[in-house]
Design a protein around this ligand. Structure first.
Ligand code: NAD
Ligand code: GLY
Length: 359
């Protein structure tokens, strides 16, 4: 199967997204993307044993640093290890960092690249489905703070995104399905035809069929690239990429990130966003029913986790989201499948009805 190349159009910060099976074995492609300068590969203790050696075999001059695995390590102290490795190995301003891993490694490597010597190049090699369709594209980088997720960060675009779909073969099922929530998100947001394609092809995606996967990843990245090109720094339209996230983040916080993976929370959050859109008279019941059916077909939860606090508590947690501006809660709503917009103009009682219905 041939690889697909897309472009993120951001003038002098434009870059390619290359999607295909076996890209990490393609020495010529790696050389072309990386060149012959200094390279620091950043990975973690789970992914490194699977993919790092074969990558380093093709780039014998590269250095590497292995971080601990887990969202709890996505913090400034971990990024310090990357700076230390760069300084110890005397990397200069022309160095390139390569993120080999999921969204956690990608966000931290991008942030390290944004800061090291006031900014060096970096390449994303995402190895989870979530990272391949979302976090590796668009230049949001950063770490968590004990007082808030992703609160310390920078916009810093990669110079290339290399998506080797073969890496998904080792991804645990639950992580894979969590990534499918972000794929469904693009159909809901801005691509009704893709939503229909997903309804027809979810069994092939669940079976990790290579052709279906390559198509779904490319179409997702294409949609994300368009939104990012239109609004790189989230002054407006980019906020639609957060469909379901305000609901999802509140559930993740209420359950101390223990009940669900991020994609699972986003999937359920999207159901709540559509339910609210229906109650506000924006979409009809069939749009909500089709979404619930597709999320269930992806193997994702369609009912709330056990022992959630009351709807009012969840509402309070939603008020702490980054999308709150001047005290106004802003949510991504739908006018139809494939037509999302951001609004703070909704009746709070109707929002409570949605929360009470699902929680
Ligand atoms: P993750 O990076 O924690 O990866 C999930 C797990 O899978 C980890 O244990 C990881 O080691 C393992 N793993 C990764 N690739 C593997 C492979 N090929 N085979 C076997 N195991 C593998 O989680 P994620 O879901 O990729 O990313 C979540 C993070 O992404 C969050 O921190 C979130 O804030 C961030 N994010 C960022 C953006 C953005 O725009 N920057 C967007 C969405 C999410
Ligand atoms: N995942 C949200 C964004 O990239 O803007």
């Amino acid at each position: 199967m041939r690889s697909i190349t897309l472009q993120v159009d951001l003038a002098e910060r434009s870059y390619p997204i290359i999607i295909g099976a076996g890209l990490l074995k393609d020495e010529a492609l790696l050389q072309q993307c990386i060149g012959s300068g200094q390279l620091m590969v950043v990975s973690n203790e789970t992914i490194a044993p699977l993919y790092l050696d074969s990558l380093l075999n093709k780039m014998p001059n590269a250095d590497s640093v292995i971080l601990p695995d887990g969202e709890q390590f996505k913090q400034l102290a971990t990024v310090e290890h990357v700076f230390e490795a760069l300084l110890n190995q005397r990397h200069n301003r022309t160095t390139t960092l390569l993120a080999l891993g999921g969204g956690v490694v990608g966000d931290m490597t991008g942030f390290a690249a944004a800061c090291y010597q006031r900014g060096v190049k970096f390449i994303q090699v995402p190895t989870t489905l979530l990272a391949q369709v979302d976090s590796s594209v668009g230049g949001k980088t950063g770490v968590n703070h004990t007082l808030g997720k992703n609160m310390i960060g920078a916009f810093h675009q990669p110079v290339a995104v290399l998506i080797d779909t073969d890496t998904l073969s080792s991804l645990p099922t639950r992580e894979y399905q969590a990534g499918l929530a972000e794929v469904i998100k693009y159909g809901l947001l801005c691509d009704a035809d893709f939503f229909i394609w997903l309804e027809q092809n979810m069994p092939a995606l669940i079976a990790r069929d290579q052709a279906a996967l390559q198509y779904a990843i490319a179409r997702s990245c294409e949609n994300k690239a368009k939104v990012v090109a239109a609004d790189e720094r989230e002054g407006g339209i980019r906020a639609i990429l957060n469909l379901g996230h305000t609901f999802g983040h509140a559930i993740e916080t209420a359950t101390e990130y223990k009940a669900w993976l991020h994609g699972e929370a986003v999937g359920f959050g999207m159901i709540m966003a559509l339910d609210l859109s229906m109650r506000l008279g924006l979409i009809d019941a069939s749009g909500l029913e089709r979404t619930i059916a597709l999320i269930a077909a992806a193997g994702l939860p369609v009912s709330a986790p056990a022992n959630l606090p009351a709807a009012d508590v969840i509402l309070g947690l939603m008020g702490m989201d980054k999308k709150v501006l001047d005290g106004n809660l802003r949510l991504v709503l739908l006018r139809a499948i494939g037509d999302a917009f951001v609004s703070n103009d909704f009746d709070a009682d109707i929002l409570k009805q949605t929360l009470q219905h699902y929680l």
